[in-house]
Structure formats: structure tokens, C-alpha cells
Design a protein around this ligand. Sequence first.
Ligand code: ATP
Ligand code: HSE
Length: 358
Amino acid sequence: MSQANSRSFTIRVPATSANIGPGFDVVGLSLTLHLTVTVTLAPPSASDPARPPRISYSGEGADEVPLDAYKNLTTRVALYVLRCHGISKFPGNLTIHCANEIPFGRGLGSSGAAVIAGVLLGSELGQLNLPVERMLDFALMVERHPDNVTAALVGGFVGSYLRELDAAATEAASVPLSEVLPEYPPDAGEEWGMDPPQPPLGIGHYVRFGWSQSIKALAIIPRFELSTAKARSVLPQEYSRKDLVFNLQRLAVLTTALARTPPDPELIYEAMKDRVHQPYRKTLIPGLPEVTNNITPATHPGLLGICLSGAGPTILALATGGFEAIAEDARAIFQTHGIEVDWKILEIAGGSVVEPHP
Ligand SMILES: Nc1ncnc2c1ncn2[C@@H]1O[C@H](COP(=O)(O)OP(=O)(O)OP(=O)(O)O)[C@@H](O)[C@H]1O
Ligand SMILES: N[C@@H](CCO)C(=O)O
């Protein structure tokens, strides 16, 4: 990489809501909250050519996010992308500021956004010009369900699947995260011993569904964090045919129903029900079944459907109006469980962008 000139650019990645009820690990929706990463790359200084990147952070998560480039998710992912292209270190004199609107651990795709920002950062720093499909491969080596990262990268209402890999590619894609993203720099004067695990080609595939412009997303955000790992640990390994068919039927209807104008509340409310993840997660999110069962299109005109956003605890209500009544009634239910919430009306966002500064 040429480091002769200074350059700076901004990466903007949207929040995402995964699952939308029945589409567990399949569908994602990009939303208008953003992680914005401003990057400045100056020529290495003569006095300290190897200085580590300087990271600063504002907004959501600022009090808990690591600012060490070998611990921060975004910079670790960027370094992984660089190492896979024969660049073993961050460039010297790299300064990064993250301004984040996406709350951590709430089911709004904060980690997916951090991973996509990292892939874009690596691609830009290495001037790699990676195509979208290859960027997705890198993201899927880190976050192994495609719903959030795909929607964050390409934007919109998106469905995705992971290609079935042959034995060698399965092994390449199944290495532990610690090997993909080591948390420490190599010792002084040394390089990392082993080549980083390269992502197999074409792991993820996606399609963008239509979306009726009349539909907005209301995010009702409880004031506590729930890690995706914990919310996945309560899910069973096996499901009954009845429950799988229940979800498949609804997902097939939902992906088209949300594209129709005017949207049909009766069809959508039922199509956003789920039996694969929400019933098991209610133990971690007190009030979840009451909110999804008691707030309906009949009681709340304007509501289309209501579900857990991603792994939770945020509730996603899709609606054409009546947002305040939906949010305040959800708030009242959560309050009976001692949980406070915030709420936001969001639009569907475009995909991630990298903007060079003039
Ligand atoms: N901008 C960021 N920079 C660095 N690390 C981040 C950033 N955003 C999220 N993370 C890391 O990801 C963790 C949250 O990830 P997790 O998968 O548990 O929840 P989520 O992505 O917010 O929710 P979901 O996957 O259900 O939508 C944070 O605790 C933090 O470690
Ligand atoms: N599909 C994922 C999204 C959270 O990242 C889940 O529900 O666990």
C-alpha cells in the first residue's frame, strides 16, 4: 500500500433488525441508526513509524468499547482483511473516530455493523477494492449468521443463506474466532506465525425483497443489554416439524406481504409470529409475550406486526401509524416487569457507504 499521501474517508454502516419474526438467521432489515467511522491516514512519522492506530469513540457504547486496536472489533476485523491480503500490520499514523448511534447488545445489529465497518476499513486501508460478495465472505468468518451483516452491507429488507461448503471449505470456515481475530499484536520484531484462515469464496448469498414505503419501524428498546451469545444459548438444537412448518409458512408470506401497498395488517400480524426463537427467549426478556400478544392491529390501528428484534431485547413493531400508542402501551407492559424502555421511529436505511474526503 502506498503511504506517501495523507487521505481520509468516512465509513457509514446502518443498524439492522434480524429475523422479523419467523426468519430466524435468514432475514434482516437495515434501519436509520448508524455507526460512522472517520478515518485519517497520514504518512508515518519519522519519530514513531510504527505507532498503533489512535481510536476515539463517541455515542452508544463509548464507555465500554475497547480503544486498543487489537481488542476493538472493527479494527480487529480490518486487520484480518489486511492480513489475508499479505499486509501484516496497520499502517502507521492511522487515526480513527467512531460515532455510534446503535446501542450495544439490544438486537439492533451493533456487532454486525462493527464487523462490516471493519471489512470496509480493511478494504480501504489496503486499497483492495473488494467486491460486495467477497466482503460478505470476510464478514461471515466473524459473525456466522448472515442476517445482520448482509442487511448492514447491502441495505434494505434482505434474505440470505449460507452456501453448503465442501469438506475443505467447511474446515476453512469453521476455525475459532480467536484464530481469525487474534486479540494481541505479535511480539516485537516478530510476525504472526501462521497465515490467517482465508474465507472460502462465495459463502453467503442474498436477495433484496421489496418494501412498501408506507411502513416504518418502531424500535422499543429496553434499557438492558442481552448478548447474542446468551440469547442463542437458550435455543434448542432440534425442532418439531410442526414448528418449522409454522415458521416457513409465515416467512414465505411475509417477504411479499411487506412489499405490498397498502400493507395488509391481518396478513402481516400473523406472518410475523415465530416458534423457533421467541418462545425460548421470553425467559430472558420479561414481558415479551405480553407485548407481542396484547398489542395487535385490532387494539392499535396502524400496527402491522410485532416481534423481537434480532436476539432482543428490543421489540420491533412495523406500522404505518399510531406509533406513540404502540410504544407507550409496550412501555406500560415492560414497566410492570420493572423494565424501562426508550423508543424510536426508524426508516429503512440504504446500505453501507465509504465516502472519501475531498
Ligand atoms: N461499534 C462497535 N465497535 C466495537 N465493538 C462493538 C461495536 N458495536 C458492538 N460491538 C461489540 O459487540 C457486542 C454486542 O454484540 P451482540 O451480538 O451481543 O449484540 P448486537 O449485535 O447489538 O445485537 P443483535 O446481534 O441481536 O442485533 C458489544 O458488547 C461489543 O463488544
Ligand atoms: N438471527 C440472530 C440475530 C442476532 O444477531 C439471532 O436471532 O440470534
